[in-house]
Every structure is written in C-alpha cells, then in structure tokens.
Design a protein around this ligand. Structure first.
Ligand code: PLP
Length: 403
C-alpha cells in the first residue's frame, strides 16, 4: 500500500489567495451588483509591451519554419538571454556574473519553491516575517519546519525575523543561528527594503556563520532609492554565500507568460560540494526549459525600446502606489512601503485583526486587499494593498476608503 508525504497534513488550510477568493465569491454571490475593486493579489493589469509582443510574434513564426524551428532549449537556457541578463542586470551595475551561473526557469515561484531540495533536512530555516509564503510552505512540505502551532500562527522550527514598524522594517540578526536565510527585498508584502550597508550586514553574518542566503529580488525593478541595492551581489562577499532569484513577472508583466531565473555562483561551496553543480543536475533532471518564444520575449525586455516601455509601466504602477500612500496617509492610516516596491503595507485601524479589516473593506467599501497575517505571525494587525490595479480603479478605491 502506498503512503503519502505526511508533511502535507501539517500545513494549515489552503493557500492564502484561495481563502481570499472564496470570501470574494461568497460576497459577490450575495451582492451581484457590487463593484468590487481588487487590490489584493499581486498580479499585474497592464498588457505586455509592444517590443516584447513583436519579439514573441517573430519567434512564433520561426517555430513554423523547419529552418528556424527550435526544440528543447539548452539546459541552462538560451545564451542570448543569459548574455542579456549578465550584461544588463549585473555587469552594468559592476557585478560580475558569468552566463553559466544563470539558470533560466519558468518563474521565481518555481525556483523559490524548488531550491530547498538542495538542502539537508537538518537545516534551520530563517525567514523575514512577514514574507511571501512560498519559502515556508515549500520547506514545510519537505518536513523541515517542525509542527505548525495554530494559536501562534507559526512553525515550531522556523526562525522568524520580525520586520515590523517597531524595528523600522529592518530585521535583527537572530539569536538562534540559522543555516538558510530567505531574504525577499524589496519585500513582499511590506513593500520595504534594506539599504546596501544593511544588506551587507546580512552577507557578513552569513559568511561568519557559514549560512546561505536565498535572495528573492522579484521586485528589483521598482527600486527608486540610490542607496538600495538591486542585487545582493552588489555586497562584498555575496557570491560565496547567496543565491539570487529573479522574475520577469513584475518588471515586464510576465505573470501569464512565465519566465524567471536563478543565479547560483560557482564559488558557493558546502564543504567540497558545489551548489551550482547540484542545481545544474536538478535542472537537467527535472526541467526541460522555458519555451523558446518566451526566452525571446525575455531578451526583448533588455532591448532599448523594451527597457523604455517597461519603465513606463513601472512608473504607471508606482503612480498608483503614491495615490494609495498619500490617500491613506491623509486619512490618518500608518502606511509603509510603496516607494521601492509596488506594495503598500498599512496598520489596521482600531486594533482590528488583519482578517477583520479584510471583511470590513470588502463588505463596507467593496475593496479587496490581503490580510497581513497571511504572510506570517508578524503580519497580524497589518494589511497589504497592491499598486498593480488600473489607475482609475486605484483612485476610486482610495476615494472609497478615505470617504
Ligand atoms: N517572489 C515573490 C517575492 C513574489 O511576490 C512573487 C509573486 O508574487 C514571486 C516570487 C512569483 O514570481 P513568478 O511569477 O516569477 O513565479
């Protein structure tokens, strides 16, 4: 008789966004005429930029001609894309990442969920709290998080690094030494980030403790402050202790297109074992590559016109972010984020729990946001709004909240 992975039974409820979707559909069934504005899920609303669409069309045509048809992609991804990434995302910022250290994938969710496969079960995992739930959930599925303590909304064996208004969203170095540290900067959900010297402290700490940092930079394109690093490799020594994960979802609207990459520097070694070789072996065995058409789309992101067009989109979303920030601040809310990231993080009013505020906004204002507690224990009492809606809806939503 077969058995199942019993770790799944320890994981609480369903994924945060399924719970939200259920609440919305119950509400809209009862109130079919309600004009519900969704500023909850982190999905984009603007169409793919023209330069990228043109590149995809061209690639589609190539696939229809025997002379230019492409079958399986090379294991790490096409060189044209890895070169563009190495040049534009790294060399231009003074960071030397070899094209063979870049692994193209179908997105940052897969990579950030799969990367834990490389590590032993005994590793102690640390996450900033609150954070994108995939890091904890994927480790929990592998049985690396101990037991879920429902009353405290936390796992027994995870080291949580609170990032809240109390510490100005700068996590403190932990008392208990972790082996693997997930940092997501700019952060989802708080929309806050670390300056270069603050990130350097984490890199120095990881080197001192022989720990590894998994750095999710999915929102790098939204950074506007000069002293905020775009890559962890801008910090000294990071190539020996950090893996970086990136996505095309939020900078170029690829949430439905699917493309991302992970950088595993060759110099990261666990004893004599190269993590680069392990990840290459895993990629080789379990992944047959992102589609040619999509990798061409990714290449177009780095073209001159592609860059100009995506910057316009990012500016569009960041205009929404400032509408939300300013509107809520004027209305007396404590508001964070929204400057180097498309997320606005607010303190719930009147000591409401995150879910109470969710219900209030949905029922009274017909607005959907995301309860902070869904992102970790320190998210309780906070709430996330995203800047990914249309400008019109964002404005309307804030007028409703403020009014
Ligand atoms: N990493 C973070 C921090 C995210 O917030 C998200 C999506 O919301 C992802 C990764 C997923 O990225 P992708 O669409 O490339 O899978």
């Amino acid at each position: 008789m077969y058995t199942v992975n019993s770790s799944y039974s320890k994981i609480p409820g369903s994924y945060l966004f399924s719970d939200i979707a259920k609440k919305i559909s119950a509400f809209t069934e009862e109130n079919p005429d309600a004009d519900v504005i969704r500023l909850g899920i982190g999905d984009v609303t603007q169409p793919i930029a023209p330069t990228i669409i043109a590149a995809m069309h061209k690639a589609v045509d190539e696939m229809g001609d025997a002379a230019t048809f492409h079958g399986y992609a090379p294991d790490l991804g096409y060189e044209f894309l890895r070169k563009a990434i190495s040049e534009s995302d790294y060399r231009k910022r003074g960071v030397d990442i070899d094209i063979d250290e870049i692994f193209i994938s179908d997105g940052a969710k897969s990579d950030s969920g799969n990367i834990q496969e490389l590590f032993g079960m005994e590793n102690i995992i640390a996450v900033t709290d609150p954070v994108y739930p995939v890091y904890v959930d994927s480790n929990a599925m592998s049985g690396r998080c101990g037991n879920y303590i429902k009353s405290e909304q936390r796992w027994s064996d995870i080291v949580y690094l609170p990032t809240t208004a109390e510490n100005n969203f700068v996590p403190e170095l932990p008392q208990k030494t972790p082996d693997i540290i997930y940092l997501c900067l700019p952060n989802n959900p708080t929309g806050t980030t670390l300056k270069k010297d603050q990130l350097q402290e984490w890199v120095d700490y990881a080197i001192r403790k022989n720990a590894l940092i998994i750095y999710d930079a999915a929102y790098e394109a939204y950074i506007s402050d000069d002293d905020v690093p775009h890559s962890i490799y801008e910090c000294t020594g990071a190539k020996s202790c950090a893996i970086e994960i990136r996505s095309f979802s939020k900078n170029a609207g690829f949430t439905g297109v699917r493309l991302g990459f992970t950088v595993v520097p060759k110099e990261i070694k666990c004893g004599k074992t190269s993590l680069h070789d392990m990840w290459a072996r895993r990629h080789d065995t379990k992944f047959n590559g992102a589609p040619y058409i999509i990798q061409r789309a990714g290449e177009a992101v780095y073209s001159e016109s592609g860059q100009r067009e995506i910057k316009e989109q990012i500016a569009y979303y960041m205009k929404n972010a400032s509408v939300i920030r300013e509107g809520l601040t004027k209305a007396g809310y404590d508001v964070y984020g929204g400057i180097n990231a498309p997320y606005i993080w607010l303190k719930t009013p009147d000591r409401m729990t995150s879910w109470e505020f969710f219900d209030y906004l949905l029922k009274e204002k017909n607005i959907v946001g995301t309860p902070g507690s869904g992102f970790g224990p320190s998210g309780e009492g906070y709430f996330r709004l995203t800047a990914f809606g249309t400008f019109e809806n964002t404005k309307k939503a804030i007028e409703r909240i403020v009014g």
